[in-house]
Design a protein around this ligand. Structure first.
Ligand code: BEZ
Length: 396
């Protein structure tokens, strides 16, 4: 038997980093807030797996670049309130074929935006990249830049900080409670879970790869593609070897996107392993529940091949492999879906959605924008590119 309906100003569906950042900031602004998660907080199945994520300022698209600049002071505030360092400035190195077009952007065009926005970087040729960072046999035409403010984000530290600050601000959290349906009407939204019914003035839907499970029954589906991207932990042959965050841009092959990246040592967790991955947008899953957590062995093999040719400081035999569920917008130019869904579903003006994309670097800003949109109906940031677009729109 269900309990009586509980009322909230804001109900956040999804307790990943963006949901937690939203819950914390909504409660901090004095709104009665609840965050629901189908698994448990700190669970890694939703896609926020592993210890680290890339922190970078640079984007090829100026509007997105301005969003990282806007995120930076919010990270500082989060670090200050949580009394811990969350971003480690080990630098962000982009190199390779400077005109190749990738989901990450393009190297040469990004350098032009850095010039325009007066963000410092050092431009490096192939031999200098080899000399400084220990890569070998890079094609002569490879070039790129080191952006020293970039680096790596402590994923688990960030999640713990957001959860702790949310609790301190009075946000309520319920885990193991899966939302089965959202029912928007003229006055708000009824949120049905397997255990309870809630009434929310506004809902923030931050359910990652599960977003369409809740929007679909309302008649709209976001253009989201789901992939399992491989992650590989490799042993350093020499404990003095270290790397900035690096990403190599290369021409795609017939089989895959041919993009590899890696981290240096984790400044917050000593050890002799480093983590590498690929961004191969191939073989999309048709539902997040089909994720296996296992990497495609061919993709793991491709990392090993690249390392064997170009990174002598690493032993190319994986010590550990895993896969990270990545939800990405079907249109790579947009990067995320962020905004109210009022134009997609009836009474969608009460629902704000964040879904898909490489969003970790924006987490405190995404939380702030979701609260702005839910509570004030607008935000000062230019998010026009990110407005949710549908595969299938609500039928009248
Ligand atoms: C990023 O910078 O957003 C990123 C880094 C590595 C893999 C995918 C995305």
């Amino acid at each position: 038997m269900q309990n009586t309906v509980q009322n909230y100003d804001v109900v956040v569906v999804g307790g990943g980093p963006v949901g937690l950042a939203t819950g914390w900031q909504a409660a901090e602004r004095g709104h009665r807030t609840l965050v629901l998660d189908r698994y448990g907080f700190f669970d890694e199945r939703g896609g926020t797996s592993g210890a680290e994520r890339h922190w970078r300022l640079q984007y090829t698209q100026e509007d997105l670049f301005r969003l990282t600049l806007a995120a930076r002071p919010l990270w500082h505030r989060l670090e200050h309130l949580a009394e811990r360092t969350l971003i480690h400035h080990i630098g962000s190195l982009w190199f390779g074929d400077v005109d190749v077009d990738t989901n990450e952007g393009r190297i040469a065009d990004t350098a032009r935006v850095m010039d325009k926005l007066d963000v410092g970087y050092e431009w490096l040729g192939a031999r200098e990249i080899e000399r400084r960072y220990g890569f070998t046999a890079l094609p002569d035409h490879y070039e790129g830049f080191m952006q020293p403010d970039g680096g790596t984000i402590d994923v688990r530290g960030t999640i713990a900080a957001l959860y702790g600050l949310g609790q301190r601000a009075g946000c309520e959290f319920r885990s193991g409670e899966r939302v089965l349906a959202l029912e928007p009407d003229a006055d708000g939204v009824t949120v049905r879970t397997g255990r309870q019914e809630y009434r929310a003035a506004k809902v923030v839907l931050a359910a990652g790869g599960h977003t369409n499970d809740l929007l679909g029954p309302l008649g709209a589906e976001l253009d989201v593609k789901l992939y399992e991207m491989p992650l590989v932990s490799l042993r350093r042959r020499d404990e003095r070897a270290d790397f900035p965050f690096w990403f190599v841009f290369q021409q795609p092959t017939d089989e895959d996107t041919n993009l590899f990246y890696g981290f240096g040592r984790n400044p917050w967790s000593p050890g002799d392993l480093v983590r590498l991955g690929t961004v191969f947008e191939v073989n999309p899953l048709d539902h997040a529940d089909r994720a296996t957590g296992l990497p495609d062995p061919r993709h793991v093999g491709r990392v090993g091949e690249w390392v064997a040719r170009h990174v002598p400081a690493l032993d190319p035999t994986p010590v550990h492999t895993s896969a990270c569920l990545a939800a990405l917008p079907g249109d790579p130019g947009r990067q995320f879906h962020l905004g109210p869904v009022g134009h997609l579903v009836p009474h969608g003006e009460h629902i704000v959605v964040y879904s898909a994309g490489w969003g970790f670097k924006f987490v405190p800003l995404l939380g702030q924008i979701c609260v702005d949109l839910a509570v004030d109906g607008r935000t000062a940031h230019d998010i026009s590119r990110l407005s949710p677009s549908a595969l299938r729109e609500a039928r009248p």
